[in-house]
Design a protein around this ligand. Structure first.
Ligand code: HEC
Ligand code: HEC
Length: 206
């Protein structure tokens, strides 16, 4: 089996394993999550997770399984780029597994923000890579994992409508392993900054 295909299979199994845990939340967990979201998280991530400042990623409509993994990665301090350390380590340190699951469910159920128009040439170039990959550099199509229209599924995050500077920065920190994401590292390790800009522009435009 080719290594990209094997990775895909592993991630598929992982996504299924993470999924069902979300079903057992109590009303208390859900209330706690809604209170945190509307009183605390809102100050950076915006109402319903539709932030306007690009430093703060949009959470609305994000995949629940992905959100859960990230909140645990902040709490376990394995997602360790400077903004994660400065903003999210403290925020996540006191969250229980149940509150994390309830926050993940809360944001996954919010309606996503609309995309933002971007430079047409960059959008076209980014779309080409997103849908077809770069065969000459052995970079697979992003669509294989992140889905058609970049809406994500399970452990594969939604990227559509996310702030371009945030997406660009995440590709950089995954490339230089400040953020540990082994599957994505293999994908972005050979992307040039220009290609990352094009991808980020396309994704924000969706
Ligand atoms: C003081 C500002 C601030 C507050 C308050 C805050 N966050 Fe964040 N959050 C950030 C920043 C900045 C990032 C991006 C970190 C990075 O660049 O790696 C982030 C990233 C995240 C991510 C990762 C998103 C992704 O696409 O990978 C999740 C999930 C998240 N925050 C959830 C929450 C939740 C839930 C709360 C409330 C309990 C919260 N945040 C409160 C600033 C904040
Ligand atoms: C083999 C599956 C796979 C492919 C192909 C793939 N990704 Fe990912 N991507 C992932 C996974 C899994 C994550 C979540 C990593 C984690 O849990 O921290 C991710 C995360 C990301 C993130 C971080 C999102 C956030 O909210 O912080 C970005 C940006 C991203 N991918 C962009 C891309 C782009 C651009 C491509 C194509 C060049 C691509 N991905 C191809 C699996 C994939």
């Amino acid at each position: 089996m080719k290594s990209a295909a094997r990775k895909l299979l592993t991630m598929g199994v992982l996504a299924c394993a993470i999924g069902p845990a979300l079903a057992e939340l109590s009303d208390i967990d859900k209330k706690e999550a809604a209170k945190l979201a509307t009183e605390t998280c809102v100050s950076c991530h915006g109402p319903g997770g539709r932030s306007t400042a690009p430093t703060f990623p949009r959470l609305a409509g994000q995949q629940a399984a992905y959100l859960e993994t990230q909140l645990k990665a902040f709490r376990d301090q394995t997602r360790a780029d400077p903004d994660a350390i400065a903003y999210m380590w403290g925020m996540a340190s006191q969250l229980s597994d149940n509150t994390i699951a309830a926050l993940a469910e809360y944001y996954s159920q919010q309606h996503p923000a609309a995309g933002t128009a971007r430079d047409a040439a960059q959008v076209t170039a980014g779309r080409e890579i997103y849908e077809k990959g770069i065969p000459s550099q052995q970079i697979p199509a992003c669509e294989t994992c992140h889905g058609k229209g970049a809406v994500g599924v399970g452990a594969f995050p939604r990227l559509a409508g996310q702030h371009a500077p945030y997406l660009f920065k995440q590709m950089l920190v995954i490339q230089n392993v400040l953020r540990s994401a082994p599957v994505m590292h293999g994908i972005v390790k050979d992307l040039t900054p220009q290609q990352m800009q094009q991808l980020a522009a396309y994704l924000e435009s969706l």
